[in-house]
Design a binder for this molecule. Structure first.
Ligand code: PLP
Length: 389
């Protein structure tokens, strides 16, 4: 039987991040979990806040038919209203429930947005290094993923390079700040420059702001992108901010200031419908209404960040100072990051080589692990450094 070759290829090729995590699980079983330093996955190590449990317990008092029913495709109106009210309070906007479409996490927010926007042959620009699933999602929407390298010094968006990459087929640019895999936060200046480039380009270019790490930030301003460039769609999830990655809950916001708002809102709904999402998980929609004001536990990540950066800098490693998210972008000790990774493995260190994110010469160290893992890994980082002495 002829099956879909593209789907086959995506399934057969696997994500290298998940393969490293599987290798880590195997090594833990072989030599004990405490002897393996797995920095591969972006799975939060901070528990979900107690308010989440309280909200679930409250919802369990509802009649089961009411609790477990389908919700409207875009989500329960009172939940969307609570989220819009929160955004209005936080960013001084005037959004309404109808501007939000609840999704099964940021991955769904992105696929829904790409399908809502793209026609076959369109191009979508991503800023490398980037979250590898972007390419899969963009291609699956019939568009081409165009990689533009970030500024190699600051890892901010290289706006002049974006300008050069724009063609009449460019439909959208995806940005992610705070950034996975770098940990950078795009400054207001960068975003204003990018907005200028996109506004001056011929045609109508949408800025897709992928923001699952918005709330995990260490004192740096994370500008509200629709205020800077109106033709923005925001993709959000609670996978990181409330530590709910397995529950699959997030949203797409088409701001009422977006010039294409009135056609994009039904396109987002139609996109979710065509991909069979039906509705976001009903129980966790209700959790959002109860937890909309609950802050992320940034303290734990800040402590990990401090221990990791201090430890690695004392050993002489070079890295980009992270301002948000929970990843450290460390310079590989040799040009081939995969050869370097093989040496990391000798000391049971499991970062992710940078080619997974579309660039060379670096590794990503996810510090959403226990504090002890970071502290206990330092002798291994020391031995690794000595190997290159
Ligand atoms: N975007 C980025 C930059 C991510 O790092 C992730 C997950 O790690 C996602 C999107 C997908 O998030 P979710 O688990 O909410 O689908």
């Amino acid at each position: 039987m002829e099956i879909n070759e593209k789907s086959y290829a995506y399934g057969a090729s696997k994500s290298s991040i998940r393969e490293i995590a599987a290798y880590g699980a195997q090594r833990k079983a072989e030599i004990g979990a405490e002897n393996v330093y797995d920095f591969s996955l972006g799975n939060p190590s901070v528990p979900a806040p107690d308010e989440v449990r309280q909200s679930i317990e409250k919802s369990l008092q509802l009649p089961p038919v009411e609790l477990h029913s389908y919700t409207p495709a875009a989500g329960l109106p009172f939940v969307r209203k609570a989220l819009a009210d929160h955004l209005n309070k936080e960013y001084g906007e005037s959004y309404e429930a109808g501007d939000l479409y609840l999704t099964c996490g940021a991955a769904a927010s992105l696929t829904i947005t790409f399908h809502a926007l793209c026609n076959p042959g369109d191009e979508v620009i991503v800023i490398a290094p980037y979250f590898p699933e972007y390419k899969v999602f963009i291609e699956n929407a019939g568009a081409t993923c165009v990689e533009v390298m970030a500024d190699p010094e600051t890892f901010q968006v290289d706006c002049e390079a974006v300008k050069r990459a724009i063609t009449p087929k460019t439909k959208a640019v995806v940005i992610n700040s705070p950034n996975n895999p770098i940990g950078t936060v795009y400054s207001r200046k960068t975003l204003e420059y990018l907005a200028q480039v996109l506004s001056e380009a011929e045609g109508d270019i949408c800025l897709i702001s992928d923001e699952p790490y918005r709330k995990i930030v260490f004192g740096t301003e994370v500008p509200w992108v629709p205020d800077i460039y109106p033709n923005t769609v925001v993709c959000y999830s609670y996978s990181k901010s409330l530590s709910l990655p397995g529950e699959r809950i997030g949203w797409v916001l088409v701001p009422n200031t977006n010039p294409n708002h009135d056609r994009l809102i039904p396109a987002v709904a139609g996109s979710g419908r065509s991909m069979g999402f039906v509705c976001a998980p009903a129980l966790f929609q209700r959790v959002l209404a109860d937890c909309v004001e609950v802050p992320s536990d940034v303290e734990a990540y800040a402590r990990n960040r401090e221990a990791l950066t201090k430890g690695l800098s004392e050993l002489g490693y070079e890295y980009i100072e992270p301002e948000g998210a929970f990843y450290l972008w460390v310079k590989s000790l040799e040009p081939d990051e995969n050869a370097f990774f093989e040496n990391c493995k000798k000391f049971e260190l499991l970062p992710v080589p940078s080619d997974s994110f579309g660039c060379h010469g670096w590794i990503r160290v996810g510090y959403c692990v226990s504090y002890d893992t970071i502290v206990n890994s330092m002798p291994a980082w020391k031995k690794l450094k000595e190997l290159y002495a």
